[in-house]
Design a binder for this molecule. Sequence first.
Ligand code: C2E
Ligand code: CA
Ligand code: CA
Length: 743
Amino acid sequence: MPQHRDKQDQRKRLTRILFASLALVVILTASLLVANSADLKRNVESTTRSYVSDVANQVATDVNARIDEISVTLHSLVNSFASVGVGGGHQAFLDEKAEILGFSELFLVALDGSPIAVTNAGYNVADQAGFKNALAGKTGVTILEDQSLSYAVPVEIDGSVEAVLVGVKDKTNLRKLLQIDSFKGLGTSCITDRSGNVVVAARDAQPFIQINDIFSGKGDESAYVEVQRMYLDMRDGRDGTITFTAIDGHEVAMAYNTLKTNDWILLTLVPADIITADLDFYLQKTYAIVAGTILVLATILILVFVIERRSRKEVNRIAFVDPLTGGMTRAAFEAKCAKLLQTNPDDYGCVASLNIQGFRIINESFGQKEADKVLRHVDRTIKRTLKEGEYSARGEADGFYLILKDRDQQRIEERLSRIIEEVNSFNKTSETPYRLLFTMGVSLTEDDDDIPLLMEHANTARKTANISVCGFYDAHVIERLKREKEIVDLFEGSLANGDFSVHLQPKVSPSERIVTGAEALVRWNHPSKGTIFPSEFIPVLERSGYIRKLDLHVFDILCKHMSTWISQGIEPLVISVNLSRKHFDGVDFLESYTTIADRHAIPHHLIELEVTESIFFDNDTIEVVKKAVEAAHAEGFTCSLDDFGSGFSSLGLLKEFNVDVVKLDRVFFLDDSQRARDVVETIVALAHKLNIATVAEGIESVEQTEFLAEIGCDQIQGYVYSPPMPIDSFIEWRDDFNRSGSR
Ligand code: C2E
Ligand code: CA
Ligand code: CA
């Protein structure tokens, strides 16, 4: 269990780390995104600024060039009449030139500002800034009320200004220069003076800017520093750009360029957010994609986590809940007991193991559904008898484990017996009562505190005990295990040494009182250990697998004797040999038997193979035995069902199992009640009906032989006639018996 807990903790830690990492990834991605988009925005802004300033420079160059061009044109006109003076006679010439050069008016003005030709009497240029510039020898430009521009150049004759040439031009052309095609047509330019009064505008700049506000510092407060810088730049004739938020909320980038004419400044305005708006859209899209991806990833992760947890729970459930009883599995029981012994070591006295005998027959005879019911019944019964704090579980197929608080052997025995009584009380009243037989083993917790070991010891104690007897794992059992080991160790040597011999026990026909057969029984006489009894070594050799070798050895000795008899002309009789259940484990045992029989030239019909009823306790299916019986028949051997009634006597077996002989176990004859006799009579009758011969085993009294003769039992084997005898004495004994019996 601590291991399990460790794993759980580890898993919890891992989950925490997983979610923390996920959160970290989200935070990291988010901050990277934000930083990146801020960078991008800055970048775009500076690109926008430099783009705006490029465009503005271009416009400024164009505007300067246009004004220069006009001034050059006017200068060249001035040159044409500089030699002839500035009298009034030029007007016709100027009118003509105006027409050609696209001036709405072209006229000369005297130094006091009055026009030299009368046609332009409406103009008083004396106050115009342009005119004043011209007087100072430069080109001057003035904006007029009617939105046209008046250009003034000095007329210098012999180094002194004699008059001023004024050309008035519609400002449409200049205006066109100010129109900007880039920035989706949303950009615009205008020319202002240093106070922010618009001189020429491409179109109305009002929608997105109040130029006056900027100049008065009323606009965007954050732009205040920038505006101050702009003033300084303007004063010093430097160009630059600023960005600010216009009154309508738009982000505006504005370039300012000092023009060559007057104190004019070219302002180029672009709503910067038309570019950042696109950027924002893409950024938002990116955010959405990243957020979506993280969300999907997180969902998948959580899903995987949930599914994993669910399947882990399911695995735990499968490992810890017995689907049949709904109780604990062996693993769960082990874990539970380990915990109990750890926390309350003094409370618990023992671990017990119970196993149903011949459960396979219940399975075969009644079907799995019924068998499952039986298991559930046993499970429930056990649980009912448990005290507070005691637990039980189904361990193997038909095995149960209990942890009990009792430590007194007698008390434990009583409790287990009571469980078995209660288990069997359910069908006491039914038509065909059958008894569930158990093997029981107990190991005391005072000997050990390792649960798997305690369970194993309980099992060992159970296996070494007889049916319905509670075995305790104690010095006895340990002694027994030692003895088992000794038997196994002795076996091969004894076999080679010829320590095994064969005894025969006669089978007598009660009606004719003659010997009609015999059973071969093995005997082991060890030179130093003395006689070892079959009841002791047969189960050990079965567990170790040596039994097959021994059975064939016995059969070989028997066949050798039979062949001697045959060669001596002695009348042969059918002799049966015991076949261990181990022969049915898969190897083709029959071949070995035929080989031996044939080697000694023994007719197969003289051999009867005894198969114990208990084979169904642990062999896979009836099918295997059924096929083996058929194969034996095909070889000419006869077969008998041995120990019938000793365990789980099912009459169904007789029908299922095509045997020639059934040997009624001596348990039938221990009870001489009328009811017991009726049972025997019925079985004999049924067997005869099925064409099966009957042998009564373990018969010790003459009355029994009389009863058996009466009901038509075919053969009797028992001490009443003779115990098993050395094979060498058998023929003599038989002949004696037959002579005296038939007398
Ligand atoms: P089993 O096949 O049921 O053999 C009959 C047993 O009952 C024999 O015990 C026999 O001595 C004993 N017996 C015969 N008549 C009487 C009687 O009137 N009263 C009492 N109380 N007992 C009687 P055994 O020879 O000690 O053999 C015990 C078991 O060992 C046999 O039971 C058989 O299952 C097994 N066994 C004996 N020889 C072999 C063998 O060669 N191979 C195998 N696989 N098993 C063998
Ligand atoms: Ca037998
Ligand atoms: Ca028997």
